[in-house]
Design a protein around this ligand. Structure first.
Ligand SMILES: Cc1cc2nc3c(=O)[nH]c(=O)nc-3n(C[C@H](O)[C@H](O)[C@H](O)COP(=O)(O)OP(=O)(O)OC[C@H]3O[C@@H](n4cnc5c(N)ncnc54)[C@H](O)[C@@H]3O)c2cc1C
Length: 408
């Protein structure tokens, strides 16, 4: 633990962030140079942040997110050979015949390029490491690891957080970035609507004989959803969604049997498959709270909007949310001198702006998941008709491409 300089039982700061995941660390990085004192509390160890282990998540970043990460000085810390451009996205329905292609404005080119690619794939653990390095290199944020929060409360004057070891922190603004099941949000009494899809997503890296043509493919098959995310032409992340018991069986299969089954499940689209990573499972639960704020309190990242991963927007929205909050805090300081990062008017503005930016996408994503994972005949006919219509109207796919490239 790094309690350097903390001698009294109560520690005062301007902004206290709970959670040093991608959202919490991004926000800390965005507040650098603001003149505000920022403290981050994390329950994991320092080593687990510095050397975050591979967790199977490959994050598709929009170009807007790439720009934000570049401005934070984080993008430059990601290994260039681990950044993979997505040339095109393809949505397939039913028997994997023709579907909807979504291509960027500028057409195809080699490597990752803003005009040529829809977005960039990068592993979540590399993002976590790069964000950790960004915050550590700056040296102005106090990062306290291996912390167990016992209680969190706020009133109009300040936020107070008590740790299990008895230490107390007070802040003008408390920010929860502690995952979609945020204990801090719950402690502050904010109700959240959870949507449990009753399915689990399994992710792993696989090498393959045939080229994926750098196309990200989302196939809504009968009784399964399979996404293929290109990590170079002959390696992909395979993302399979099934009821939990079936995922458990697949995770338990020995490697050769697993590779054979995945080849069958992908209808031999990529040829022979070789497993290149562990198999990770994520139960699918989407979460949206009634509000993002309370007195002297705001939620960001998954604690604010816990998206279903199918539209690949969780972290993109998390980045957008922390950027909105950071911008409002900085603007308040520019206009009113020292400013108050936890003022009620600032938090109301954040709540309205982030709701406007996220609510339609959240609802649309859940509706897509419901329609495309319903195997009843009317749902199958409806989604076939929708995809057919979208692929025949070029403006639809052009609009989708623009939305994917610039989204959030
Ligand atoms: C399979 C999968 C694929 C995905 N693909 C994409 C994609 O393509 N594009 C995209 O944009 N997003 C994607 N996402 C979503 C993305 O991974 C999340 O939105 C993002 O990781 C959320 O970051 P976060 O910091 O809000 O939360 P988390 O990553 O959950 O981090 C929370 C942090 O808070 C800490 N913490 C929790 N509770 C406490 C506590 N009480 N005290 C102290 N610390 C605490 C945790 O240890 C952790 O470090 C995907 C998600 C999954 C599961």
């Amino acid at each position: 633990m790094h309690w350097d300089g903390w001698v009294s039982a109560v520690f005062d700061c301007d902004i206290l962030i709970i959670g040093a995941g991608p959202a919490g660390l991004s926000f800390a990085a965005s507040m650098r140079g603001s003149g505000l004192s920022v403290v981050v509390l994390e329950r994991l160890s320092e080593a687990a942040l510095a050397e975050a282990p591979y967790d199977g998540r490959e994050i598709a970043l929009t170009w807007r997110s790439v720009r934000m990460l570049r401005n934070m000085g984080t993008w430059q810390r990601l290994p260039a050979q681990e950044l993979f451009g997505i040339r095109k996205a393809r949505v397939l329905n039913g028997l994997m015949s023709a579907g909807l292609d979504i291509a960027p404005r500028g057409g195809a080119a080699e490597g990752a390029d803003e005009d040529a690619d829809l977005g960039i794939l990068v592993s979540n653990h590399l993002l976590r490491r790069a964000l950790y390095e960004t915050v550590r290199a700056d040296g102005t944020t106090r990062l306290h690891t291996e912390c167990v929060v016992q209680a969190a409360a706020t009133d109009a004057q300040c936020a107070t957080v008590t740790l299990q070891d008895g230490r107390v922190l007070r802040a003008k603004l408390l920010v929860a970035a502690d995952s979609r099941f945020s204990a801090t949000r719950r402690a502050l009494g904010i109700p959240a609507r959870h949507q449990d899809f009753g399915k689990t997503m399994m992710v792993c890296r696989m090498q393959h004989a045939l080229s994926n043509e750098r196309v990200a493919c989302e196939w809504f098959g009968h009784h399964q959803t399979l996404a293929i995310l290109p990590l170079g032409e002959h390696q992909s992340s395979l993302v399979l969604t099934l009821p939990h018991a079936q995922i458990e069986r697949l995770q338990g299969l020995e490697t050769a049997a697993f590779e054979r089954e995945m080849r069958e499940r992908s209808r031999n689209r990529l040829g022979a498959l070789t497993l290149k990573s562990e198999r990770f499972a994520y139960p699918l639960v989407a979460v949206y709270p009634q509000r993002f704020i309370a007195p002297r309190f705001a939620t960001i990242g998954d604690a604010a909007v816990g998206m279903h991963p199918v539209t690949a927007h969780g972290f993109n929205l998390g980045l957008a949310g922390q950027d909105t909050l950071a911008r409002l805090i900085r603007r308040g300081r520019d206009r009113r001198g020292p400013g108050d990062p936890g003022s009620a008017s600032l938090l109301r503005a954040f709540d309205a702006e982030h709701r406007f930016a996220t609510r339609p996408l959240y609802l649309a994503t859940n509706a897509i998941v419901r329609l495309y994972t319903d195997d009843s005949l009317p749902a199958r006919v409806a989604r076939g008709a929708l995809l057919g219509l979208a692929s025949r109207v070029p403006q639809v796919s052009a609009q989708l491409a623009r939305a994917l490239q610039q989204a959030s």
